[in-house]
Design a protein around this ligand. Structure first.
Ligand code: NAI
Length: 296
């Protein structure tokens, strides 16, 4: 495996591209938005600078890594030489199925098609391609350069060979692959999202404030960050999409997204990436305050 195409240059896509380039793969990062690609390269460069400061890599390493990365807004040409394509675009079934149809049409026949989806059925995505045996879930955690887990999701038709290749690749990039079967939310989000949703419900019902909810879970459960901070970090739109997939997929009301989450997404308060969610994030500042909406 030499060439990896990453589709979607947002929070996850740029992290995946950075890690793959760091471990010697030639990477093409593809997004429909040229702005997103520009931002992605800036984010990667900033992340590599932090690694230089911590003496994990040198200036020369940084240049070598960046030289392995190219960007492209045209998906068919970005797939031309791909041995593996990892889709990390918006968490929306129709968007992903469309991308997979294009991937299937333009990627070389032996190219493995992976998705970083948090919840959408791998089997359904695979069913829209002519190579369901080569479609697999490769679910990285955020931030990708830091988090070691890769949840490997085996679709109904995914072959053993493809599972093995992706498991070995995950080990090569210093991650820990753990294999699960294909059910809504897989394992990570099936357990995490109900907790985040419940935290939003406790806020919505006035049981406690943002700082109290996060403080209780941090200090009381030894979680490294509170659930509302984590929701902001993941992106509230992503959390809502995952809950909707699980709600629909299981037909169980326990996964119904809290109306406050729905409202915040409609208001464009998506968390860290838009500067405000449960907290407010001033650009260029490390100070984080509870969103004025919840301080009233
Ligand atoms: P994001 O919103 O930060 O980035 C998505 C990117 O996809 C945007 O740059 C957008 O322009 C691009 N895009 C949309 N349609 C496209 C298309 N047709 N072709 C190419 N690019 C397209 O989203 P994020 O958070 O990076 O999520 C991406 C995927 O990763 C989702 O499936 C999400 O569920 C999953 N994920 C997210 C995690 C998180 O913490 N945010 C954690 C693990 C998985």
């Amino acid at each position: 495996m030499r060439h990896i195409t990453v589709i979607g240059g947002g929070t996850m896509g740029n992290g995946i591209a950075q890690v793959m380039a760091t471990f010697g793969y030639e990477v093409t990062l593809c997004d429909i938005s040229a702005d997103a690609l520009e931002k992605a390269i800036k984010t990667i460069s900033g992340s590599l600078d932090r690694m230089i400061k911590k003496e994990i890599i040198s200036e020369t390493d940084k240049s070598t890594i960046l030289a392995r990365l190219s960007t492209n807004t045209d998906l068919p040409s970005a797939l031309k030489n791909a041995d593996l394509a990892i889709e990390a675009a918006t968490e929306n079934e129709a968007v992903k199925i469309n991308i997979f149809k294009t991937m299937d049409q333009h990627a070389p026949d032996n190219c493995i098609l992976a998705t970083n989806t948090s919840s959408i059925s791998i089997t359904k995505i695979a069913g829209n391609t002519s190579r369901p045996d080569k479609v697999i879930g490769m679910h990285f955690m955020n931030p990708v350069p830091v988090m070691t887990l890769v949840e490997i999701i085996r679709g109904y038709s995914t072959s053993d060979e493809v599972c093995n290749v992706i498991t070995e690749l995950s080990k090569k990039i210093n991650k820990v692959p753990l294999e699960v079967n294909d059910y809504p939310g897989f394992v990570a989000n099936r357990i995490l999202m109900p907790m985040i949703n419940e935290a939003i419900y406790t806020l919505h019902e006035g049981v406690a404030g943002v700082s109290e909810i996060d403080g209780i879970m941090k200090l009381g459960m030894a979680h490294p960050m509170g659930p509302l901070t984590l929701a902001d970090f993941i992106g509230l739109d992503v959390c809502l999409s995952i809950l909707r997939v699980m709600h629909e997929g299981f037909g169980n009301p326990k996964y119904a997204p809290c109306p406050l989450l729905v409202n915040m997404v409609m208001a464009g308060k998506l968390g860290r990436k838009t500067g405000e969610g449960f907290y407010k994030y001033a650009e260029g500042s490390k100070e984080v305050v509870v969103s004025p909406y919840f301080s009233k």
